[in-house]
Design a protein around this ligand. Structure first.
Ligand SMILES: Nc1ncnc2c1ncn2[C@@H]1O[C@H](COP(=O)(O)OP(=O)(O)O)[C@@H](O)[C@H]1O
Ligand SMILES: O=P(O)(O)OC[C@H](O)CO
Length: 499
């Protein structure tokens, strides 16, 4: 047993997998464990997961990380929770049973509900109060869908028997054995029901969605002690739960982007670029979202966000759907065997397109096929699509913020791919900076928890810990870059025309 040393544990419940990571005071990983999570696709464009499988995976990785690191539960100073955002769970407060599978953020099954709200002229109210758009991505219409489709659910919700939560709420409710039904500002700001200026659930929006307020969790800051893990879970006398943030905001925190104008891009299942805009929310003219970066020290700070729905999941599709590769890492090996895609473009709009297009209807497409195209070109084109989508987002970000980025901090499972990171830098014409600890989402959640329990002193101390591993420098001539990117724009246009 490591002697009396204490640690912070982060639980990172992502779309693809659940991780528990145990960090020491230097922000280094002392132990970790990971489990993949299944996704179900009951109809085209629908994505669901099993909320109980998610909960069990969390228990499993917590126990494994402790055992693997030979660390006792009472050495854990606090737990920080970070989660795939927007994914919606509705469960019975008496039995703890979900009434429907979790509807995943990527799912388009509420496209009709969104169309109705837009046709009825309500979009401006949602935009003005939540900083979001009326799109199936966000939780509000997913809750409405469950209440509309599960027999008896609406009546049960009105009686106060059903609870709603994003994954953070669901996990904390389970970890505290039903004692705490809470969320934090960052997760609340992704629901389409939370007024990000007044910092409260919005009655008018709840009315428009037909959602009873009694279902909703209490909204708390992102860094405070909320409660302890329940005794029956065998984590000693209970570990304090002390940090919560949606995974993209946690990554912004873990990347130490504490100054206005600093930005990061996380390449996981999807790809999300967030720029810190300080205490001032910026309203986008180019399809970016205004969102809460974190609530800490008695106030909130805001961020501008560009959301790409399909990033790493395109690589999983190459592996599981197309069976072109055996592991995600193979994508780099194959792509490196050719020097270009020879004009092939893959538009991975499997669930529509996010920033800047916000188009639920478009589906994926491939362009430029000839008899000479091999799987190497195809794989390379799928990888390059991640970089093009990021360029679309960065352009919107620079136009809205008026800030030209001098570097982009990156993280997430996909950034292990050096070929893609180099291509990304070539496309953006800025250095792409990969930190030593690539698990910045987990690290951000750990920092939020550790600040609440006094494990770390303040953000200045954390800022010192961030360390660069590799900086990918732009190295492509302008005409080549313009030619490639304009091909992408044409491909997106053509995919959108095919509906
Ligand atoms: N070397 C690689 N090249 C490209 N993609 C990769 C590589 N390694 C992992 N990935 C992708 O990264 C994703 C997992 O990233 P992660 O940050 O764990 O996602 P999430 O937080 O959404 O669960 C998977 O979709 C996987 O396909
Ligand atoms: O699972 P990730 O890491 O791609 O993140 C999902 C986002 O939180 C969705 O908004």
């Amino acid at each position: 047993m490591k002697h009396k040393q204490s640690y912070i544990m982060a639980i990172d419940q992502g779309t693809t997998s659940t991780r528990a990571m145990i960090f020491d005071r230097k922000g280094e990983v002392a132990s970790s464990a990971q489990e993949e999570i299944k996704a179900y696709y009951p109809k085209p464009g629908w994505v669901e997961q099993d909320a109980n499988e998610i909960w069990l995976s969390v228990l499993g990785v917590m126990a494994s990380a402790l055992l693997k690191g030979d660390i006792a539960a009472d050495q854990i100073h606090g737990i920080g929770i970070t989660n795939q955002r927007e994914t919606t769970v509705v469960w019975d407060r008496h039995t703890g049973r979900p009434v429907h599978p979790a509807i995943v953020w990527q799912s388009r099954q509420t496209a009709d509900i969104c169309q109705e709200l837009i046709k009825a002229g309500h979009e401006s109210a949602f935009r003005a109060k939540t900083g979001l758009l009326v799109d199936p991505y966000f939780s509000g219409t997913k809750i409405k869908w469950i209440l509309d489709h599960v027999e008896g659910a609406r009546e049960r919700a009105e009686r106060g028997d059903l609870l709603f939560g994003t994954i953070d709420s669901w996990l904390i409710w389970k970890l505290t054995d039903g004692k705490s039904h809470i969320t934090d500002y960052t997760n609340a700001s992704r629901t389409l029901m939370f007024n990000i200026y007044e910092l409260k659930w919005d009655e008018e929006l709840l009315e428009l969605l037909g959602i009873p307020a009694a279902m909703l969790p209490e909204v708390r800051s992102s860094s405070e002690i909320y409660g302890k893990t329940a005794e029956h879970l065998y984590f000693g006398n209970g570990i304090p739960i002390a940090g919560i943030a949606g995974d993209q905001q946690a990554a912004l925190f873990g990347q130490a982007c504490y100054t206005k104008g600093m930005a990061k891009n996380t390449y996981g299942t999807g790809c999300f670029m967030l720029m810190n805009t300080g205490s001032e929310p910026i309203v986008s003219k180019h399809g970016l979202l205004t969102t809460i970066a974190w609530g800490i020290d008695g106030g909130v700070e805001y961020a501008l966000e560009g959301s790409v729905f399909v990033a790493g999941s395109a690589i999983q599709w190459l592996r599981d759907g197309m069976r072109m590769i055996k592991s995600a890492a193979d994508s780099e090996l194959y792509a490196a065997r050719v020097s270009s895609t020879e004009g092939v473009y893959v538009v991975p709009a499997f669930v529509g397109l996010g920033t800047p297009y916000w188009d639920s209807e478009t589906r994926g497409a491939v362009f430029g096929l000839t008899g000479g195209v091999k799987k190497e070109h195809f794989i390379r084109a799928a990888l390059e699509a991640l970089a093009y989508q990021t360029k679309d987002v960065l352009k919107a970000m620079e136009e809205d913020s008026g800030i030209a980025l001098t570097a982009l901090r990156v993280d997430g499972g996909v950034v292990r791919n050096n070929l893609l990171m180099q291509f990304q830098s070539d496309m953006l014409q800025v250095p792409v900076e990969r930190p030593v600890v690539n698990e910045t989402t987990a690290l951000g959640a750990a920092y939020l928890a550790g600040l609440a329990t006094g494990f770390w002193k303040d953000r200045d101390e954390i800022r010192q810990v961030w360390r660069l591993e590799t900086s990918f420098e732009p190295n492509m001539d302008e005409s080549r870059r313009n030619e490639l990117y304009s091909g992408w724009k044409k491909a997106v246009q053509a995919a959108r025309a095919f509906k």
